[in-house]
Design a protein around this ligand. Structure first.
Ligand SMILES: [Zn+2]
Length: 282
């Protein structure tokens, strides 16, 4: 099966380094190349993120756009330009504009919840205008924050409904299916035609943790219920949140949640529609 990993990371973030060590993930280019090869990952989208000091993410000092800092991305990997709302002055917007026009940039990433602004904040308006101008998707972190400093009221998916109504021409991806607000996310997907969701980061950790959760039908059914309610398998994107989980472990987990008839769409096709800049020959 051909796979596109629509949400992964390639930045030196202290909490990612710790997590990858605990999970036994080799968080290097060589480690990524090995795992992608074993799992037929044709392309990937890395979520741009930086911290200026180890452990400072979510970092108010980081420059917009945030990129990746582990060296060159592997072939056919792209990035989403990360937005720090504390750094959106004229120069930052100009830098973002320039970055979005380059071939390696496939979209924009907002860290709602990590940064304490609603996605409907006026601060983000210039960012949305650029996304619309260049027809690029905006991926929005949603649900649990992987940091105690996050505030959940800013990462609740409900505010994305208001953003979608305000900007119907903006292509939005709700990251992590808004977990644990799965039914809310399902409703927002169902209601708003230009809103999608990625399935990354629903579980993070080592193989044994996945086995423990996947063995419980009640757990899997929580996600399946939301997916059935949304009934939009044309709007779900596979993503791993690597290095927070091994790629093969994550592929097997998502295979259990998605009916086989929709695997091709969710693991591959939908990402090519959302990330239109993705050219598999790059
Ligand atoms: Zn992520």
């Amino acid at each position: 099966m051909k796979i596109i990993d629509a949400h992964m990371h390639y930045s030196n973030i202290a909490s990612f380094l710790t997590a990858s060590e605990q999970n036994g993930v080799n968080y290097t280019k060589a480690g990524l190349e090995e795992e992608r090869g074993n799992n037929n990952i044709l392309a990937g989208i890395c979520m741009g993120l930086c911290e200026t000091k180890p452990g400072s993410f979510p970092d108010k000092q980081a420059a917009t756009p945030m990129r990746f800092d582990m060296g060159e991305l592997p072939a056919n990997y792209y990035y989403c330009a990360g937005i720090n709302p504390h750094n959106l002055d004229k120069e930052a917007i100009t830098n973002l504009d320039v970055a979005l026009q380059k071939s390696d940039c496939a979209g924009i990433k907002l860290y709602a919840g990590y940064y304490h602004y609603l996605v409907t904040s006026r601060k983000y308006e210039p960012v949305y205008q650029l996304a619309i101008k260049y027809d690029l998707p905006v991926v929005i972190h949603s649900g649990d924050t992987y940091s105690e400093r996050g505030l959940l009221k800013y990462s609740h998916p409900l505010s994305i409904d208001e953003l979608a109504v305000k900007h119907p021409e903006l292509r939005i991806v709700i990251a992590h299916l808004g977990n644990p607000w799965l039914l809310e996310t399902a409703e927002i997907l169902y209601k708003n035609k230009n809103v999608y969701a990625d399935l990354s980061g629903l579980l993070i950790g080592e193989k044994e943790l996945f086995e423990r959760f996947v063995a419980q039908d009640l757990y899997l059914n929580m996600f399946r219920t939301a997916l059935i309610l949304a009934d939009r398998y044309d709007k779900l994107l596979f993503g791993t949140d690597w290095p927070l989980a091994h790629i093969d472990v994550y592929v097997n987990f998502i295979k259990k949640l998605i009916p086989e008839a929709h695997h091709q769409q969710v693991f591959y096709e939908n990402a090519t529609k959302v990330f239109t800049k993705l050219s598999l020959g790059r």
